[in-house]
Design a binder for this molecule. Structure first.
Ligand code: ATP
Ligand code: MG
Length: 416
């Protein structure tokens, strides 16, 4: 991509009403545009990051049999009334509601258990149909009371939600345990694995406990009771003697400290509640009707992007982990030079993702500042000086060291 054609521009200042570091950086670097509190547009650079995060999640879910689909935001109330979740006062008024011209009430879904259970009732009839693991990346609407944490808490945001439809608790439990490993793998690939902890949390209405994946991060809204070395974490909201007893945690054996954290994912046992309320049953081997046993597995995609931004940045800008960077290389041409153009084409042809700062009316200092702000892992500079040595200057975003590298060896070097 040529930066001279990129319509998003970097900015010196973020909007005055934007107080969170993640949104300030992402707005200033031109990844997102703020529509209103908790509602962000993804600009071309931001979309590239979002898609990379999605792709990593997708690959790992497909490996365990996930089937991708996409449900609708618009919902009629009938199915939600069956589970008593159409209420105005639900979760402090979480629903965004609207209506058709004929006054039929509609809502914009904040989650999809009801909708998907209802869909599955069309397709599941026999024990042979189960288990099913269905997931989507879909926009959720939540009328959150506070939206001051930038992309960490949106009122309109992309969620990955997967649901398991199992024969019984045993089959569900096997998958549930497997998903703990899948989530770990995803967070490792996203570059936040070493700071993300499987955390004991409240189970909500269906079971006593659930598990969250919490990333230690100062901007997060949760507090962990954490023994980092032993990898044991409990959400502070739920930390009490009963939890310790239930999980066989002897407090004196642990070095617990409190750490702020952001919930990047959670996994729930839903039991038979939805299946029973909505009528999702199957015939077992003896021809008897049984309710389907369910679980749900969420992840906030922009929240993950915000956590990465919070964790990997310095006073000059973002420092993207390579796996999710918008481009691997930010190539900077000093003054107009045809050699830079040629290097750009060669890198692209060899499959390396390059943002090429070919702008002619921008001073070198400003180009360097932009490269730091945008945060691609490698900065390459092509100038008359480097060309004299038949070389380009290379610098990693996370290091201060620059070195010259021969043009002929560049691609091999970047592919290592
Ligand atoms: P929270 O406690 O942060 O409000 P939650 O427990 O209500 O989240 P779920 O309904 O379980 O969240 O949603 C699944 C995942 O979606 C969460 O683990 C989180 O990563 C993400 N998420 C939830 N709410 C938001 C939001 N308002 N903005 C961005 N991501 C969110
Ligand atoms: Mg949760």
């Amino acid at each position: 991509m040529k930066q001279s054609r990129l319509f998003s521009k970097t900015r010196k200042e973020a909007p005055k009403d934007e107080v969170s570091k993640n949104a300030q950086l992402l707005i200033r670097a031109g990844f997102v545009h703020k529509e209103m509190a908790g509602v962000y547009t993804f600009l071309p650079l931001g979309l590239r990051v979002l898609e990379k995060i999605k792709q990593i999640i997708r690959e790992e879910l497909n490996k365990v049999g996930g089937q991708e689909m996409k449900m609708t935001a618009l919902q009629t109330k009938d199915v939600w009334e069956k589970t008593d979740r159409w209420r105005e006062d639900l979760d402090d008024g979480i629903w965004f509601r609207t209506h058709l011209n004929n006054e039929t009430e509609l809502g914009l879904a904040f989650t999809h258990e009801e909708a998907l259970t209802n869909i599955m009732a069309n397709f599941v009839s026999s024990y042979k149909d189960l288990p099913i693991y269905a997931y989507q990346f879909q926009t959720k609407f939540r009328n959150e009371l506070r939206a001051k944490s930038g992309l960490l808490r949106g009122r309109e945001f992309l969620m990955k939600d997967l649901y398991d439809f199992s024969l019984d608790e045993k089959q569900h439990k096997e998958f549930y345990e497997r998903m703990k490993d899948v989530y770990k793998k995803i967070f490792n690939r996203l570059g936040i694995g070493d700071r993300t902890f499987l955390t004991i949390s409240n189970g909500g209405t269906f079971s006593k406990y659930s598990f969250e994946f919490q990333t230690v991060c100062d901007a997060g809204e949760d507090i962990l009771v954490l023994d980092e070395e032993k990898g044991v974490a409990i959400n502070k909201d739920d930390f009490n003697d009963e939890v310790c007893k239930d999980f066989n945690i002897k407090k004196e054996d642990y070095n617990f400290v409190e750490k702020k954290s952001a919930e990047v994912g959670d996994i729930y046992n839903l039991g038979e509640k939805y299946a029973k309320a909505i009528g999702l049953t199957y015939k077992d081997k003896d021809g008897k009707d049984k309710p389907v046993f369910m679980g749900s597995y969420g992840m906030g995609v922009p929240r993950i992007m915000a956590v990465i931004t919070e964790l990997f940045s310095d006073e000059n800008g973002i420092i993207w982990p390579e796996a999710v960077a918008p481009y691997k290389v930010h190539l900077i041409s000093i003054n107009k030079n045809e050699e830079a153009e040629k290097i750009y084409r060669e890198l692209e042809q060899s499959g390396i993702e390059v943002l090429f700062d070919d702008r002619e009316d921008v001073a070198p200092g400003e180009k360097f500042a932009d490269a730091d702000l945008i945060g691609c892992p490698y900065r390459l500079v092509v100038s008359a000086k480097t060309l004299k040595e038949d070389s380009v200057e290379i610098k990693r975003r996370d290091s201060d060291k620059t070195k010259l590298i021969e043009i002929g060896k560049l691609i091999k070097n970047l592919n290592n």
